[in-house]
Design a protein around this ligand. Structure first.
Ligand code: 0O2
Length: 224
């Protein structure tokens, strides 16, 4: 154990407030556990909705659920970018997306239907909606974002925890994943051309999503 600690903090460089440092690390780790619990609550709610809808309609509106906790580095970068302190309180008060749940649907109208059903649950508090499907970003990004508070029952208390839920179609998710990877690549040849091509792809994907929806309508309509 002592050896492990020496690897993290060399013995000739121990900060005078070492207990304070360890206390902060412990509090940060507890906070991340709380966000993880909130993710599990939200994930379960969507799984239940999906199971119920698949029995009723013989079709799963949700194709996939992805979850993530923001990394300590991304948390610090986002706060610093906004000129805010990197502290426990600052994380809780200023960041909406430490806990993230991504709902991937096959069809655009499933996104709105599932989002509405989720919001009807009386323990969910809606904080904000950003509809980047109706109002895409200039780069072509499309997704339906929802910031919500969900109650989590811990050993000694109930606490509302903030979670960002992003809804996308499979195609929008494919696009966003690639765009995200490219954005963080330091050395791209002719980036303007690539971003223009990506914007074109985003528009084609949006058109295709609409066509897929109309094909599905025809299948459902003509099903015996
Ligand atoms: P990561 O790595 O996914 O965590 P807010 O969080 O609401 O206070 P912000 O960040 O402007 O403020 O909110 P917004 O615009 O709703 O974006 C939040 C998240 O949406 C981003 O988180 C991305 O996950 C996703 N997103 C938004 N715009 C784009 C985009 O142009 N391309 C891609 N690929 N994803 C996007 P992070 O923290 O940026 O990243």
């Amino acid at each position: 154990m002592e050896q492990d600690l020496n690897r993290i903090i060399p013995s000739n460089n121990i900060p005078p407030d070492i207990d304070g440092v360890f206390n902060k690390v412990k509090m940060f780790s507890q906070l991340m556990t709380m966000y993880n619990c909130a993710i599990r609550e939200v994930q379960t709610k969507f799984e239940v909705l999906n199971d119920d809808l698949s029995v009723r309609n013989r079709r799963n509106p949700i194709e996939m659920i992805k979850t993530r906790i923001k990394s300590p580095q991304s948390i610090a970068e986002k706060l610093q970018r906004r000129g805010l302190d990197v502290t426990y309180d600052s994380i809780v008060n200023n960041l909406n997306d430490v806990a993230g749940v991504r709902i991937i649907c096959a069809f655009v109208d499933d996104i709105y239907a599932v989002a509405e059903m989720f919001l009807r649950q009386d323990d969910i508090t809606l904080v904000e909606i950003k509809d980047y499907i109706k109002n895409p970003k200039p780069n072509g990004y499309r997704s339906y974002h929802m910031i919500i508070d969900v109650p989590v029952f811990f050993a000694d208390r109930k606490q509302m925890m903030r979670v960002e839920v992003q809804f996308r179609t499979i195609a929008m998710d494919f696009w966003a994943s690639l765009e995200h990877q490219i954005k963080y690549k330091k050395s791209i040849e002719s980036p303007d051309k690539i971003f223009a091509e990506l914007k074109e792809c985003a528009d084609t994907i949006a058109e295709t999503d609409l066509k897929m929806m109309s094909i599905r309508e025809k299948i459902i309509f003509t099903e015996s």
